[in-house]
Design a protein around this ligand. Structure first.
Ligand code: 13P
Length: 329
């Protein structure tokens, strides 16, 4: 098996999922503000060191997505660079390589993700520093008259170009087309837009000759908009999400690792669990940021003395999601 195929298979191995800890400095600042902690390079390193040194994390977590700054930091109080430390625990280090979502056109509500300039060089550097996979997030907003075909195509094209460059650099690309679930839309609208988005993404991946056995897909679940009056049941979300994926995702893709996207921590577990009660062509797991970290972040509150409790909270969410990847929660 090629290196790419075996890394992709490890990322989505049964019982394991991915911890997304690649919040940009801007996002991290907002999250720290909510808990009254100043967001500095040092405090970010303290928090993330606490997460990554959770004892036994490797039982549930196959890989961690890091931000550029974290990739170059050391676990607090040690001489171990964070990617090397993760590798020593048998956890694959990954790196966010897009440079954010920006207005598709001037004044437009729709976004397109940037980051292709100089990407090859950056990927080579990250590989040398220990990265084995990368992530690029494309954002599709659902609203009045949007998304446009132009927005979906531009984002899908960006994902495909990024994915090919990753594979050329021996990194497994996490392909993340996120249809946002903010708003009043119904689950039917969510299905329709996710269906169109995934269809365009796989068309572009094929046109760019991306090896589908060497990617991990990170999609949204098909949910009712968070402000929709009629919230779909857990069973309906699982059924609609699997139907949408089955329509669009070729069986060569080894795994699907969902983003949590602002669902509650408990629903993120329940939805994943429900989907894993069914047989699927691909392993179905998690690549959660908020749904793994929210409890831990609140408990940490910028205080080193809370490290054990912080780690306990992360491990408890990671274990529950691990059980959910087997439908055993
Ligand atoms: P959430 O699970 O918080 O949506 O974050 C996952 C992620 O990596 C977004 O790009």
């Amino acid at each position: 098996m090629s290196e790419l195929h075996s890394i992709a298979a490890r990322m989505v191995a049964k019982g394991k999922g991915i911890l997304a800890a690649d919040e940009s400095t801007g996002t991290c600042t907002k999250r720290f503000e909510n808990i009254g902690v100043e967001c500095t390079s040092e405090s970010r390193c303290d928090y993330r060191s606490a997460l990554f040194t959770s004892p036994g994390l490797e039982s549930y977590i196959s890989g961690v997505i890091l931000y550029d700054e974290t990739f170059r930091q050391k676990i607090v109080g040690t001489n171990h660079l964070i990617p090397e430390y993760l590798q020593s625990k048998d956890i694959l280090p990954g790196i966010k390589v897009d440079t954010g979502a920006h207005p598709l056109k001037e004044g437009s509500e729709e976004k397109n993700t940037t980051g292709l300039d100089g990407l090859s060089e950056r990927l080579g550097e990250y590989y040398a520093l220990g990265a084995r996979f990368a992530k690029w997030r494309a954002v599709i907003t659902l609203g009045d008259g949007i998304p446009s075909d132009e927005c979906i195509l531009a984002n899908a094209e960006g994902l495909a170009k990024y994915a090919l460059l990753c594979q050329q650099a021996n990194l497994v690309p996490i392909v993340e087309p996120e249809v946002l679930m903010d708003g009043t839309h119904t689950i039917e609208s969510s299905f329709e837009v996710t269906d169109k988005t995934l269809n365009t993404v796989f068309e572009q991946l094929e046109q760019h000759h991306v090896d589908l056995k060497g990617i991990v897909l990170k999609p949204n679940m098909v949910l009712s908009g968070y402000d929709c009056d009629n919230q779909a049941s857990i069973e309906e979300v699982a059924q609609q999400t699997l139907e949408c994926l089955t329509k669009n995702v070729p069986s060569e893709v080894p795994g699907i690792a969902f983003l949590s996207g602002g669902q509650s921590n408990d629903l993120a577990i329940s939805h994943l669990n429900e989907m894993n009660k069914k047989d699927t062509d691909w392993n179905v797991t998690f690549s959660y940021g908020r749904a793994l970290q929210q409890d831990a972040l609140k408990i940490w509150a910028g205080n080193l003395e809370n490290t054990n409790a912080t780690q306990g909270a992360l491990l408890s969410r990671a274990k529950a999601n691990s059980l959910a990847t087997k439908g055993n929660f």
